[in-house]
Each structure stands twice: as structure tokens, then as C-alpha cells.
Design a protein around this ligand. Structure first.
Ligand SMILES: *[C@@H]1O[C@H](CO)[C@@H](O)[C@H](O)[C@H]1NC(C)=O
Ligand SMILES: *[C@@H]1O[C@H](CO)[C@@H](O)[C@H](O)[C@H]1NC(C)=O
Ligand SMILES: [Ca+2]
Length: 314
């Protein structure tokens, strides 16, 4: 009995000590914490990316140590809290660790630098809706005088549908690739369009690329890697860079104004965009998901957000 009481007392003291120790630790943690913030928040391949190690609770941080999980040598050590990738690419993916050291101690933050690689996957749009779409979380850094966009679609829709919708505040059809019927593509730049007639393809997917050059107005169109006769559209126009890009729905205002009767049903994949006109050889490389030159965004490293009912399937 006496022994039991002693045991209980000791246990209580132990718990108290434990609690005290824990709260002391928490107090220290409150004094100094670190986290890593990427700029821009949605990294784009082949563009500059910065990881910033932010610290609260200690204004006197003297040193930041940057490491990457799996590499033996530190990446950077010094007063700078930012790690800069001039041209962010596949080789940079991984887990980054920042250790900030100040007079109050150290704080450690980790960050998973990741982006979806959708090779061998497709977005499935299973039914007609007015609110299911994929938002492409990348856009050009500056207004475009030249561009190419490519994608693959697989559908048996006979009604009009949108494949690639690039809207700005000023112009909802800034860039639009759509199919008004199974034997026609419409390609819009700045609200005006040209038509490309194509054979109706049953039971196969279609790979299309469309390009535009402002100084000459020349539009090019490729179906399954084969170039169609060139046309012209919107000479000297400039495509705005502040855009929302959607797959599966056609925008009538920036980021919205969808119409179920123009929605896409089926599969879309292999989406790429470049800030220049491609050659037929380069179009064929994109068809094989082996793009060159570097795209603004591409299927190998595709930043996106799904809204509503869209599924990613292998
Ligand atoms: C990725 O960037 C590094 C520089 O950080 C460069 O050395 C490398 O060649 C690039 N790789 C690709 C595939 O572009
Ligand atoms: C656009 O393409 C034209 C024709 O190839 C070229 O002369 C011009 O430099 C390009 N402009 C930009 C900004 O890439
Ligand atoms: Ca529209």
C-alpha cells in the first residue's frame, strides 16, 4: 500500500517533469521556426524558381544552410535565405532542407519540390458538365508574339467542344482551339479564328498542334504530325500574358463563363505550349512527349489543378 503510494507519487512527478520538459521545448519552438516558400508558388519548368527560407521568432539569424536530401555536399551556406534555380528542371526535383542558425538556436524546414509528370496518363472528362475542368497553373512570362500549342484528344462527341481555352481579361477567346464539328477545328487568336477541315476520325485519338506568328500573321496546323496548308490571322496582334488556361471548358470570361454545351467529354493528354513556332520535326517530337525546344509548360512537368469531375488515369 505504502509502496503503491510512493510509486504513484513518483509517476506523478515523472509526468509533471515530462509536461514541463515538453512545454519548455514548445516555448523554444515558438521562439524560432522556419519554413520554405517557393516563388513563384507554382513552379514552371525552365523558368526561374526561388526557394525562400522564412524564419520567425529570431531577427538575428546569421546563417542559412541549404541541403538536398540524398546529396552529400551542402548546396549553399551563408547569409542568404534564398536558393535560386535559374532554369528549374527535372534535375532539381527532390526534398530540400534549410537550417537557420541564430543566437536563439537553430530551426529546420523541409520542402518537397515536386510537379506532376503525366506521361502515360490522361485527363478523363467523364460527362457533360458546366463546371468540371483542368486549370493549367502556368502561363507565359511575357506577352506572346509567337506561340505553338499541342495536345491529344480522344472523344466521340459530335457537338461543338473546346479543347484549349486561353482567356485574358480583355479577350475570352485570346487563344482557343475548338472543334465545332467532327470534321473541323477552329483556331482563335485574339477573338478571330481560322478553320481547318479534317477527316472524321473514328475510334482513334487525334494529336493537334497549332501555331501563330504575329509579324507574318501565319497560322500553322498539324494533325497527327502532318502539316496542313498555312493560313493567316491577326497580323501584329499581341497575345496577353495575364491569362487563365482551361482544358475541358470554354471560357467566356477570365476563368469562367462556362457552357455545358461546349464542354469536353472524353480524354485529353500531351498538352504543351511554347513561345515560338515549331517545325514539323519538333511537332513530331512533342507527339512522342520528347519536347524540344523547352516549352512554357509541358506534359512532362505539368502544373495543374482539377476542378469538379475530372480524373487522372493511366
Ligand atoms: C538543369 O539545370 C542545371 C543547372 O542547374 C543544368 O546543369 C542542367 O543541364 C539542366 N538540365 C536539363 C535537363 O535541362
Ligand atoms: C517571332 O517570330 C518571328 C518570325 O520567325 C521572329 O522574327 C521574331 O523574332 C519572333 N519574336 C519573338 C518575340 O520571339
Ligand atoms: Ca469564349
Amino acid at each position: 500500500m505504502v509502496h503503491g503510494d510512493m510509486g504513484t507519487l513518483q509517476l506523478c512527478l515523472l509526468i509533471l517533469a515530462g509536461l514541463f520538459g515538453l512545454s519548455a521545448l514548445e516555448g523554444a519552438a515558438e521562439k524560432m521556426t522556419a519554413w520554405i516558400q517557393p516563388y513563384p508558388p507554382a513552379p514552371t519548368m525552365y523558368h526561374q524558381l526561388m526557394l525562400s527560407c522564412e524564419v520567425t521568432g529570431d531577427a538575428s539569424v546569421k546563417e542559412f544552410l541549404w541541403e538536398k536530401e540524398g546529396s552529400r555536399d551542402p548546396l549553399q551556406k551563408g547569409q542568404s535565405n534564398v536558393l535560386i534555380f535559374k532554369s528549374f528542371n527535372e534535375s532539381h526535383l527532390g526534398t530540400y532542407i534549410c537550417t537557420a542558425t541564430g543566437s536563439l538556436g537553430t530551426a529546420v524546414a523541409t520542402y518537397e519540390l515536386w510537379i506532376d509528370d503525366l506521361i502515360n496518363q490522361v485527363f478523363v472528362f467523364p460527362r457533360e458538365t458546366k463546371d468540371s475542368y483542368v486549370l493549367v497553373r502556368a502561363k507565359p512570362e511575357q506577352p506572346l508574339l509567337n506561340f505553338t500549342v499541342c495536345l491529344r484528344s480522344y472523344t466521340d462527341l459530335a457537338r461543338p467542344h473546346s479543347l484549349f481555352s486561353y482567356a485574358t481579361k480583355e479577350q475570352d477567346n485570346e487563344i482557343l482551339l475548338s472543334k465545332p464539328k467532327p470534321t473541323e477545328y477552329h483556331f482563335y487568336v485574339g477573338g478571330k479564328f481560322v478553320t481547318f477541315r479534317v477527316p472524321e476520325s473514328f475510334s482513334t485519338s487525334e494529336h493537334v498542334c497549332a501555331s501563330w506568328e504575329s509579324p507574318t500573321s501565319i497560322v500553322r496546323f498539324w494533325l497527327n504530325g502532318k502539316p496542313w496548308p498555312r493560313k493567316g490571322l491577326q497580323k501584329d496582334y499581341v497575345v496577353g500574358a495575364e491569362a487563365a488556361i482551361t482544358l475541358g471548358q470554354e471560357q467566356d470570361v477570365l476563368g469562367g463563363g462556362f457552357d455545358a454545351r461546349q464542354s469536353f467529354v472524353g480524354e485529353i493528354s500531351d498538352v504543351y505550349m511554347w513561345d515560338r513556332e515549331l517545325t514539323t520535326g519538333e511537332v513530331k517530337a512533342a507527339m512522342n512527349n520528347n519536347p524540344s525546344p523547352a516549352p512554357i509548360f509541358g506534359w512532362r512537368n505539368f502544373p495543374y489543378k482539377i476542378h469538379g469531375e475530372v480524373y487522372l488515369k493511366g
